[in-house]
Design a protein around this ligand. Sequence first.
Ligand code: COA
Length: 536
Amino acid sequence: MVIGVDVLPDRVDVESPTFRDNRQGLLAQIEEIRGELAKTNAGGGEKYVARHRKRGKLLVRERIEMLLDPDSAFLELSPFAAWGTQYPVGASVVTGLGVVEGVECVLIGHDPTVRGGASNPYTFKKVFRAMSIARENELPIVNLVESGGADLPTQSEIFIPGGQLFHDLTTHSAAGMPTVALVFGNSTAGGAYVPGMCDYVVMVRERAKVFLGGPPLVKMATGEVSDDESLGGGEMHARVSGLADYLAEDEQDAIRIGRRVMARLNWRKKGPGPSLRADPPRRDPGQLIGVASADPKVPFDPRDVIARVVDGSRFDEFKPLYGQSLVTGWASIHGYPVGVLANAQGILFSEEAEKAAQFIQLANQIDTPLVFLQNTTGYMVGAAYEQGGIIKDGAKMINAVSNSAVPHLTITMGASYGAGNYGMCGRSYAPRFLFSWPNARSAVMGPAQLAGVMSIVARESAANRGLDFDEEADTRLRAAVEEQIEREQVALANSGRLYDDGIIDPRDTRTVLGICLSAVHSTEVRGRRGYGVFRM
Ligand code: COA
């Protein structure tokens, strides 16, 4: 194998059985993901969509599309939120990164066709994730509001944490990032504080209803008889209360005004623009679904992935002869310089951990964002490795990744197990963005290993207590545990819990990373100059 070369070679044999099997497997997985995406896109289903349209209203995705610059990209975030839970997939809200009048921003739009757009626990998780992306990357936020407020049956889970929404909106503004609310319909009770806390508020005439308490509640509380318009109509708020800064004639007009607001923000990104040649990869990104293993137990060479993601397939590999189970090197994506760390054979040994720690420090020294391509089964175990200091070396890598201050972007392109998930910048290491491929699997360890460990522990425990070990029960339990972990480790299950920002088609990796890199350059990109003490 030729390594350390400038332009990565095309080593993929598209006629090989491995390529064909992977491609077939990945296509099936992508189809499954698309099916789930269709559910999110369908909102509350035909009945509620038809009713919404009959009222002359636009669907949330139509609102977003009209707001965005024509033909610009929208990178949807957390579309599978709540997958596998009792709540509807997508969690009754659409969030994402888009461009409005040339301003990159985070959009948060309620879907009023899903339980009145009411917010359940997953809605809050999803909204808070979108807002933290806006905060970390210093992006304005545009809210497209039409919501029944808190999902009342789950109030105990959302009432206290939900208050953070209004807190974060105002601290976002205080940090110099504008917040906008376009109110298309209901924004009642706690929801009224979304326009209340935003810098700019647009309300649609005869549609916006923004009040702390609607007519029935007011009657209950004070006996006063009132109506929607006098309590919270757009016209009242524009002329009387002053909560609305602009009164829109209809939804299209609200979107037009919203775009004018964005155009007048005098918005400037703080980071540098792309500085290198942004030519497409020389190797075909369409082949990524044959390169990636459909079976996460089978490793693959990440250079074949890098070749299909980075500009011109150019990659200057760093330390190619050392710690070969981790590939590190320099490249650019859409003209943005990046350092890449990618797992090769799955396992991280001491050499790989040290190499990673050094490489992360180098990227910080030169203020260069890092891309982590995860496909790891974790750090190596066993007496020789423990005695060789695998904990100390893994700790160096975790120190480096934790204290690194350059933006991190993570793609789970296969396995992500154990502390390997942490060292390779998994969710708890706060990458700016984290996307998974459909073949991704993530858990503390693989299903068979986990079930096996539990079985050995139970066997030893029985022996220590002088009890007979029930082999049959153990076999049943092992199977049940394996089945449970298998269910929990799949990409959709992890995405449902918001352990990533979405599942992407591998062929879109370059585009997704390009959008993310543009977003992270809204902030100053500056590496850490000092580090925590490295354990030697
Ligand atoms: N919590 C839980 N479910 C809610 C909800 C909420 N806050 N708001 C609406 N829903 C449910 C409804 O029960 C209904 O369910 P169903 O179709 O299974 O019967 C579905 O969402 C659609 O609601 P519906 O009232 O038919 O829709 P609408 O478009 O005509 O009206 C609202 C939407 C938001 C104006 C109206 O539902 C409402 O006033 N909700 C309560 C608002 C409120 O007081 N919230 C306080 C939160 S702090």
